[in-house]
Ligand binder design. Structure first.
Ligand code: ADP
Ligand code: MG
Length: 454
């Protein structure tokens, strides 16, 4: 990695100025703290910066306040994730103070759930952006933050990421993450001990002295009156004190029929974001990431197979790779073929999702409903009786599978994806005008019904 350029004074100053802007500090702070910082060396992933200070407390300040900004900006310049290590003036090369990770990692936060390991796609882009903004400035940007979406789509992952980020930036922050069940248990516990002043104050001490309170899966406290009331009071106390509250739920709070108006209005004070199931590209990216993480070598073809067949849930995507890994270990297979993967997942993909809509099923159903043969569809024939169902397949594959035009072209053995784009457009126009005499709208609707098994 080329770190040579950091020895160039002008360049180095430019970097420091950028960090100043990013961290939003004044020129005075710059003069006091940044001006005399010198690049020392990049060794592995550690980027050493020497200070002119000799007091250990100065390191604490630099670490708490600026380390993350240095890591981000320099990491971006280098195109590599780095750790910044500040050295005292009188220190030798070896790091004086390594920030122990245990101090950063609150034990309720899963160390794997970070922003770095979170794959961003259209389905979660807004939730991700807002989470980062809240993590940058807890209590100031959006309060409360309400994240909702189906099971296994990354809500917990995002919440933990926010927690890690805040603690990394400022380890003195008090961050608490609980599931709603933990919270309920604490409330019940305190009620059981006679609702004494002592037990109530213990509960309040735990939840009301924090900088950030995260409550996961709030849907399970709704309807539990005592818990709900305690939550409500906690919420008010924290909110009034400018402390950040982050809530997740499996659905939007507006959909809770029994939820009091007072909650609804409070949740609406902040920011509400949703996470929807990932599209094909995001599913592939998540699969690739996860395969790498668990050291599983699999082909694009297998990634494509899993990404095309499992659509609802990230947890299941990960589960399917674990299945493949278990399978190849069991049979001592080095590089699994598509058939190996299919075999490994045969109980997983089909019985769980017998209505899974795949490209093949779309082709089969369209052929059946339009009286066309599959061979003709896949061939180069261009007569209207074949082109029309082919276009319907393109349209449905794009609409229902969320795969790319390129992928559709590939599946139909076509080299050019622009024909897929125009095919989709034609069907869409037919549907919208519904006057081509072919009743395209009805046809597409009925095929969709068959495909979704209703
Ligand atoms: P939820 O809380 O919404 O039910 P989780 O946060 O527990 O879902 O996510 C389920 C699994 O999927 C976790 O292992 C998580 O790391 C992973 N996951 C979810 N979304 C993503 C994503 N966008 N990128 C990487 N991993 C993800
Ligand atoms: Mg969760």
């Amino acid at each position: 990695m080329n770190a040579e350029k950091f020895t160039n004074e002008e360049y180095w100053e430019e970097i420091k100025r950028k960090i100043q802007r990013e961290s939003n500090v004044s020129d005075i702070t710059y003069q006091l703290w940044f001006e005399n910082l010198e690049f020392q060396e990049l060794s592995g992933n550690t980027f050493y910066i020497r200070t002119e200070k000799e007091d250990e407390r100065a390191l604490g300040y630099l670490n708490n306040k600026f380390k993350l900004y240095f890591e981000t900006v320099i990491g971006e310049e280098l195109g590599q994730i780095i750790t910044v290590q500040f050295l005292l003036n009188n220190a030798d090369q070896t790091p004086v103070q390594v920030e122990p990770d245990t101090r950063i990692d609150n034990d309720t936060l899963n160390p794997d759930y970070t922003f770095e390991s979170f794959v961003v796609g259209k389905n979660n882009m807004m939730a991700h952006q807002v989470s980062v903004a809240v993590a940058e400035d807890p209590g100031k940007t959006w309060n409360p933050l309400f994240i909702y979406g189906g099971s296994g789509l990354g809500k917990t992952h995002l919440m933990h990421s926010i927690g890690h980020f805040i603690l990394k930036k400022d380890p003195s922050k008090k961050v608490i993450y609980v599931t709603s069940d933990d919270f309920t248990n604490d409330v019940i516990e305190s009620l059981r001990s006679g609702n004494s002043v002592a037990s109530m104050s213990k509960l309040r001490e735990k939840y009301r002295t924090v900088d950030v309170l995260m409550i996961d899966d709030i849907q399970s406290i709704i309807g539990k009156e005592a818990t709900q009331d305690e939550f409500f009071n906690t919420f008010n106390a924290l909110h009034a004190a400018g402390k950040q509250i982050i809530i997740s739920s499996d659905k939007n709070f507006k959909e809770f029929k029994t939820l009091d108006e007072r909650y609804i209005s409070r949740f609406a004070w902040g920011m509400v974001v949703d996470i929807t199931p990932p599209d094909y590209e995001t599913r592939s990216a998540i699969l690739k990431n996860f395969a790498e993480k668990i050291n599983l070598k699999i082909s694009e073809e297998i990634i494509d197979y899993v990404a095309s067949n499992m659509k609802s849930n990230v947890r299941e995507l990960e589960g399917s790779l674990k299945k493949i890994q278990g399978y190849i270990k069991l049979f001592n297979i080095k590089e699994p073929t598509l058939d190996d993967a299919k075999e490994a997942l045969k109980d997983y993909i089909y019985p769980l999702d017998s209505n899974t809509i795949t490209f093949d099923r779309i082709v089969d159903v369209v052929c059946q409903e339009c009286n066309a043969s599959k061979e003709a569809i896949m061939s180069n024939k261009r007569n209207a009786e074949i082109v029309y169902p082919r276009h319907i397949i393109m349209y449905l594959a794009y609409d229902m599978l969320g795969i790319t035009y390129q992928q559709i072209a590939h599946n139909l053995h076509r080299s050019d994806h622009t024909t897929v784009i125009s095919g989709c457009k034609k069907i869409e126009a037919d549907i919208n005008s519904n006057k081509s005499g072919k009743n395209t709208r009805e046809k597409v609707e009925s095929i969709k019904k068959i495909l979704s098994g209703s």
